[in-house]
Design a protein around this ligand. Structure first.
Ligand code: ADP
Ligand code: MG
Length: 455
């Protein structure tokens, strides 16, 4: 594979492992400059990027590279001096692929509102599964602070909560340019509160939030058990509410099912409009796929579209993920995959058509993936680099083979079932929160079900 194609395919997958903003910040203007004897050299625009990429993304990039070429062992980052870059960029402009530019344009997050302008009502497909949530967010963006306050949207992972919340924010900006709008993920909100308390700046932080006209907080289930955050948020909330300011919240479950939140906060959450997002039916999944194809400017055969819509049912992000896999294939092979190739490419993503596997295979692939020996996985060490892979192995034994917890425990030097149970809960939680982990697990699954490795 050519360096350029290889890097495009890596970027295609990195997009799913990191936030869009991070992708734009750290992966723009990067490329592979050479790939020889298992060493890949990646050029980056400045020293800061170099440090950041090598500290935070080295292993992710390496893992993805190795799915294309198992011989790759090492990555080196090199700084491309700006002068040099300018020289190179100018002539390149002419032959730059317009789709690449488009890709990057999508990721510009508005510094002031924190909103990503690519999440719009325009590119949001409505079906019976989400029509109430859609209608409510639409109405709220039109008349903030008056109709539904607070607006509380809930639904499972990858079903469009973030998209809807951001679309509401973006639409409100265009309708009311004078209003101050803030979008923030609950985890970020929590860390801001914690930091402010530590620096004794909580009053000024609260003041800042009380000046917002529309406050959008995504994934408030993370407030569970965060007492200090809940308390400060309660005050911010009341202040905004009393002043007729709009509050929009999302969660992966209804307020009644969020554990460890105070009663007064729960009743606030329940006091406005609650709308849920269900799972899309087949027709809607097909419609979503078609609309994404249009946006990405790709044409797929009907049987391919049907196959994806039939096999990926519970998560719109995965629908998109499968399209991206096909897109990478197209970039490399200069043609769209047919149905048989599609089935191969989507192995591990689709729920049916799963091949069988064995405990031995799972342990082998996990060990291999993390460059460990199989025996390392089975020993009782607490070394950090082993604990996580071991938990992943336990998790996969459970999810892929339905093994009982006691039986999983026994495989790991007779640990009891609680250890196995803890590992499985831990990993399934972390997968929701940590994209890098989620892509790891997906890559591992892909390998488990693909050709046996020689090592
Ligand atoms: P959640 O926040 O519920 O986990 P997201 O809003 O991040 O889910 O959605 C996951 C992906 O699916 C995003 O890329 C989003 O644009 C896309 N998506 C979700 N719902 C729809 C929809 N109804 N129409 C088009 N794209 C959608
Ligand atoms: Mg979300």
């Amino acid at each position: 594979m050519q360096n350029e194609e290889l890097w495009q395919s890596v970027l295609g997958q990195v997009q799913f492992a990191v936030s869009k903003a991070n992708f734009a910040t750290w992966f723009r203007n990067t490329k592979i400059v050479s790939s020889e004897n298992g060493e890949v050299v990646i050029s980056v625009p400045n020293a800061f990027s170099k440090e950041w990429l090598s500290n935070k993304y080295n292993s992710l990039i390496l893992k993805i590279l190795r799915t294309s070429d198992n011989n790759i062992r090492l990555i080196n980052f090199t700084v491309d001096s700006p002068a040099l870059q300018q020289k190179q960029n100018k002539p390149q402009k002419i032959k730059e692929d317009p789709s690449d530019q488009l890709q990057f344009q999508e990721f510009k997050v508005n510094q002031e509102t924190n909103l990503n302008p690519s999440y719009l009502f325009d590119n949001f497909v409505v079906g019976s599964f989400n029509e109430l949530a859609h209608a409510a967010t639409w109405a709220t963006s039109e008349s903030p602070g008056t109709v539904y306050n607070p607006l509380f949207i809930y639904g499972g992972v990858g079903l469009g909560k973030t998209h809807l919340l951001q679309a509401a924010g973006n639409r409100a900006i265009s309708l009311f340019p004078e209003k101050k709008i803030t979008y923030i993920a609950a985890e970020r909100f929590i860390s801001k509160i914690v930091e402010a308390i530590r620096n004794q700046e909580i009053e000024s932080l609260k003041k800042k939030f009380s000046q917002v006209d529309i406050l959008i907080i995504d994934d408030v289930q993370f407030f569970a058990g965060k007492d200090k955050t809940q308390e400060e948020f309660f005050h911010i909330y009341n202040n905004l509410y009393q002043n007729g300011k709009q509050i929009i919240l999302s969660s992966d479950r209804p307020p009644s099912a969020i554990p460890a939140i105070t009663e007064r906060l729960r009743s606030r959450f329940e006091g406005g409009m609650i709308a849920d997002i269900g799972t899309p039916d087949f027709e809607t999944r097909l419609a979503i796929l078609k609309s994404k194809c249009e946006q990405k400017n790709i044409t797929l055969a009907n049987d391919v579209l049907d196959y994806i819509a039939n096999n990926i049912q519970k998560n719109i992000r995965e629908l998109e993920g499968s399209l991206n896999r096909l897109l990478v294939y197209q970039k490399i092979n200069q043609k769209m995959p047919d149905i048989e190739q599609t089935k191969k490419l989507l192995q591990g993503l689709t729920s049916s058509q799963r091949k069988s596997t064995s405990p031995k295979r799972i342990l082998q692939v996990v060990a291999n993936f993390y460059d460990l020996k199989q025996d390392d996985l089975l020993t009782l060490t607490r070394r950090k680099e082993i604990v996580r892979p071991r938990q992943i192995a336990m998790y996969l034994l459970r999810t892929e083979l339905n093994e009982s917890f006691p039986s999983i425990g026994r495989k790991f030097q007779g640990k009891d079932h609680t250890t196995a149970m803890y590992a499985c809960t831990k990993i399934s939680q972390r997968i929701e929160e940590d994209n890098a982990l989620s892509i790891d697990v997906n890559l591992i699954k892909q390998r488990i079900y693909s050709e046996p490795e020689n090592s």
